[in-house]
Write a protein that binds this ligand. Structure first.
Ligand SMILES: *Cc1c(COP(=O)(O)O)cnc(C)c1O
Length: 390
């Protein structure tokens, strides 16, 4: 099916280059800031070298490596069409822009949604959209009741009607369960709209959808069926160097191509990156369950040390509630750094397929020392720290 099935001669890399990759991999093994910190494997570098190098915009057939990656995601998700994008932000914003036509219009979303909070304010700039920020009543994920209570119907000129419901799975490592997504989807898709309007669209920020479905143990196709568009990150837990893929109907993706071009996403020889992503999927997908096991085992150790969590630990993230145990952010970062473990000050710990058991053990050791220091009345640094926002 894909270009990656073509047999190529294996390129022999010099030791100096391999050593460079090993150093980067060792660093990633103890870096808990995010799952974007993974580095390409040797197989990914091989794939880069043998990838097709068509111009993905001018060459009428596009680029075969990109096409193969898109086809694979279509096959995996059961959606009709796919489109390579440079980043998850670009993917999300292309999708939302493609759904939204002309204001007044509103996107309903979780108050912590990446598309709203973490994308430089793109939504009002690119799509001129208002948002309804909903706080989940259960403190973890949106439910049908949350959505029902916050939809804005057409008809009252004071209020811009809801045109897209944008969900996120996973969100800070927590799962939006399939049953809930199905209930929300059924409700939203049958929500009454005027005759001249399309039905309300369901978008999924699917940056970590693979973690979500593996963590919940549900069928990815059943999940995808709830949505009219999805944006999947390949540079997160999957471990590709660059890239996202958006999915939707053929008509949707044809329209989305215009916005991808407009937003600077019409890349020339992206085959190299698509080929790396293809190999990354082979490598990372079967390893996600192990990543989740290591995350949960580490969480248990931290809990027995007296730490508390701001959110349930369901996939590859532990979100510590440092304030609940009176530990300042600076001390948290410092104690981890002394053990050569990298963390953001917000207390979020992210695991990935290159996280090592030793890295996780050192993290626990650092946090044990920190907790003991706290309990023994040691004065902890309250210096100002930056990065990793809550
Ligand atoms: C990382 C992420 C994105 C996209 O981020 P980029 O850095 O632009 O690739 C989108 N949504 C969520 C939930 C994410 O975590």
């Amino acid at each position: 099916m894909s270009s990656s099935t073509i047999e190529h001669d294996k390129i022999i890399f010099p030791q100096s280059i391999k050593a460079q990759w090993q150093t980067a991999t060792d660093k990633a093994a103890r870096d808990f800031r995010s799952d974007v910190v993974t580095v390409p494997t040797e197989e990914m570098m091989q794939a880069v070298l043998v990838a097709s190098v068509n111009d993905d915009i001018y060459d009428t057939e596009g680029d075969p490596s990109v096409k193969a990656l898109e086809a694979r995601l279509i096959e995996l998700t059961g959606m009709e069409a796919a489109l390579w994008a440079v980043s998850g932000t670009q993917g999300n914003q292309i999708c939302l822009r493609t759904h939204l036509t002309q204001p007044p219009h509103t996107v309903l979303l979780d108050h912590r949604a990446h598309v709203h909070c973490w994308e430089s304010g793109a939504l009002p700039v690119i799509s001129q959209a208002c948002v309804t920020m909903v706080k989940p009543k259960n403190g973890v994920h949106l439910t049908l009741d949350d959505v029902k209570a916050n939809m804005i119907a057409d008809g009252n000129i004071h209020f811009p009607p809801t045109r897209v419901v944008s969900l996120e799975n996973t969100l800070s490592g927590t799962i939006l369960p399939l049953k809930e997504a199905q209930a929300i989807s059924k409700f939203v898709r049958s929500f009454p709209t005027p005759d001249d309007q399309k039905p309300i669209a369901m978008h999924l920020d699917a940056a970590r959808l693979f973690d979500g479905v593996v963590g919940e143990g549900v069928d990815i196709k059943a999940y995808a069926a709830c949505f009219d568009s999805m944006s999947i990150c390949l540079a997160k837990g999957i471990g590709a160097p660059i890239g996202s893929v958006i999915l939707g109907s053929k008509q949707f993706i044809n329209r989305a191509k215009w916005y991808r071009k407009m937003l600077g996403g019409g890349t020339r020889q992206p085959g190299m990156m698509a080929a790396a992503a293809h190999v990354a999927l082979d490598y990372a997908l079967p390893r996600l369950a192990n990543v989740h096991s290591l995350t949960k085992a580490t969480a248990q150790k931290l809990e027995s040390l007296g730490y508390q969590f701001a959110l349930p630990v369901q996939t590859n993230m532990i979100v510590l509630d440092l304030a609940a145990v009176g530990i300042p952010a600076a001390a948290f970062v410092d104690y981890c750094a002394e053990q050569r473990v990298a963390v953001f000050p917000n207390g979020r710990l992210v695991f990935h397929h290159q996280t090592s058991v030793e890295g996780a053990d050192d993290l626990v050791a650092a946090l044990k020392r920190l907790k003991e220091a706290k309990d023994n009345g040691v004065v902890l640094s309250e210096a100002e720290v930056h990065g990793g926002y809550t």
